[in-house]
Design a protein around this ligand. Structure first.
Ligand SMILES: [Zn+2]
Length: 273
């Protein structure tokens, strides 16, 4: 998180009294930002499994975050979300927000909205596909439809062709690499976005680390049987938030799923007191 106000009260008085500016600055940088709380990482779609063992802190959305989220559209969505994460998540003085996993990003946005507004319900209206009942539903964080990484991730996936693939999971840094590759002028072959996404899961093959482009080439050159095996195995370890809310129809008890719109009134709710 950037542009934090320095809070001298949280620093050991001995450090301050020492008058050593370097020590004081180091002590400051090791402090979680003022007003932040520790995130329970098991709430994340990844269950926090892939992160280092150090705590992550979250801070309420600031007015600039809220203003940006309220005007989100398909062109700016990634930039806005990454910016919100950069300013609201802190994991220590050397923390790089680019290490946040792609599958956790959307959850963090919903979580931050919930934390900022004390999980204020957001009203949705929907129809039950089973019995046709139309009614209002109040969305809170617990209604979010989350696909968790509950299985332990194996160190390697072994394919029938004998290849041992070490798998990686996409982070914000990976997304940036994907966008760069898509825009590279010197790549003359046509890049298939789905295959490129699959390539992001390949860290190494038979202990040879592959660049994203090499991983893409590897995926495109697999025989169909091995490709299918890899794609199916990976699909077991996907984690994400679907921008959908899950409710039970009060009339027939059937599960109903309603799309969660990213609209201004969700991020700038009417506050009544
Ligand atoms: Zn129903």
């Amino acid at each position: 998180m950037k542009s934090e106000k320095l809070d001298l009260n949280t620093i050991n008085p001995d450090t301050i009294n020492s008058g050593n500016l370097g020590n004081i600055m180091t002590a400051m940088m090791n402090q979680p930002p003022k007003g932040s709380i520790m995130l329970d990482k098991t709430l994340l779609p990844s269950r926090g499994k892939l992160y280092p063992d150090t705590p992550l802190y979250v801070k309420k959305l600031n007015p600039l975050n809220v203003k940006n989220l309220a005007v989100i559209n398909s062109d700016n969505i990634n930039k806005v979300i990454n910016n919100v994460i950069a300013t609201s998540i802190w994991g220590g003085p050397n923390f790089d927000y680019n290490t946040i996993y792609t599958g956790d990003k959307l959850f963090l946005i919903f979580y931050l909205r919930s934390y900022t507004y004390n999980d204020m319900p957001f009203r949705l209206r929907g129809e039950c596909t089973e019995c046709g009942n139309i009614c209002n539903y109040d969305f809170t964080l617990s209604n979010l439809d989350i696909q968790y990484l509950d299985d332990d991730v194996p160190e390697y996936i072994e394919l029938g062709n004998g290849d041992r693939i070490k798998i990686a999971f996409s982070t914000i840094a990976t997304e940036n690499a994907v966008n760069q590759l898509k825009n590279r002028q010197d790549v003359s072959i046509e890049i298939n976005p789905e295959l490129l996404e699959l390539a992001t899961y390949v860290k190494s093959v038979n202990d040879n680390d592959l660049s994203l482009f090499k991983a893409y080439e590897y995926i495109t050159e697999l025989d169909a049987m091995s490709f299918s095996e890899f794609a199916n195995t990976i699909s077991k370890y996907l984690f994400c938030v679907k921008p959908e809310a899950k409710f039970k129809c009060p009339k027939c008890g059937e599960d109903i799923y309603l799309p969660m719109p990213f609209v201004s009134s969700f991020f700038l709710p009417t506050i009544t007191r």
